[in-house]
Write a protein that binds this ligand. Structure first.
Ligand SMILES: [Zn+2]
Length: 228
């Protein structure tokens, strides 16, 4: 059974996370201004290190349906296994995609932060793949910026996993299960939907979001202008 906390306990815990969550809000605002989190879309989360009181692990995730251009640290819900709020009296709903964040934290122990954006670019690029062939990959351009996603040199070819979109989160989690070992980058794309990426700090994940966007732009240019 997940551990549930009183309001007083939850508030005390939230205060320890407030500065970290403030940084995530600032990043969300930047992504919103870029058009990557429009219409309340996307979600962001921050893992809590396990404690004796909460052995199963937990994280803070954005509540459902919020304007990502105006987030505050109070807009995050503390959840544990199965998207269960840690605060017994929680009345807000965590983001619908909470279970995917949980899957990432479960399979990637070094992940502390997960950002999920609905970027128009990755929505378009992933939509170009035949749905019947998914899961599949999109090859990233072998250019200098791939080093930002872990490539050893600018000539290394990396690819990002593309999964079919679904409203059934357990279905997506199951589709991801056999893919973890083969991921070449800390991220994946849901077709026609958006990008997930994770890392050890808000700074690292923000940087990756920007690099994915840069490489996606280059891929788009290669597919269009480059073919003209
Ligand atoms: Zn989404």
């Amino acid at each position: 059974m997940p551990v549930r906390f009183t309001l007083q306990q939850a508030l005390a815990h939230w205060k320890t996370m407030k500065d970290s969550l403030t940084t995530v809000c600032q990043h969300a605002k930047g992504f919103y201004n870029q058009g990557w989190l429009m219409g309340t879309s996307g979600n962001l989360s921050y893992k809590v290190e396990s404690t004796d009181a909460n052995e199963g692990g937990s994280f803070y995730v954005t509540a459902s349906g919020l304007d990502k251009g105006n987030l505050t640290p109070a807009d995050f819900i503390w959840v544990t296994a199965g998207a269960t709020p840690c605060l017994a009296e929680e009345t807000r709903k965590p983001s619908a995609e909470c279970l995917l964040h949980e899957a990432i934290y479960t399979h990637v122990p070094s992940a502390t932060v997960v950002y999920h954006i609905h970027s128009p670019l990755w929505t378009f690029l992933s939509s170009q793949l035949p749905t019947e062939n998914l899961p599949s990959v999109l090859s990233l351009p072998a250019i200098e910026m791939v080093k930002g996603l872990g490539a050893g040199s600018h000539t290394e070819q990396l690819a990002v996993l593309v999964l079919p979109n679904s409203q059934a989160m357990p279905e997506l989690v199951a589709l991801l299960a056999p893919q973890w070992e083969q991921l070449q980058v800390s991220g994946f794309v849901l077709q026609g939907h958006g990008l997930y990426t994770w890392g050890a700090s808000p700074f690292e994940v923000k940087r990756q979001v920007e690099i994915f966007e840069f490489l996606g732009n280059q891929l788009y240019l290669q597919q269009t202008v480059g073919k003209a």
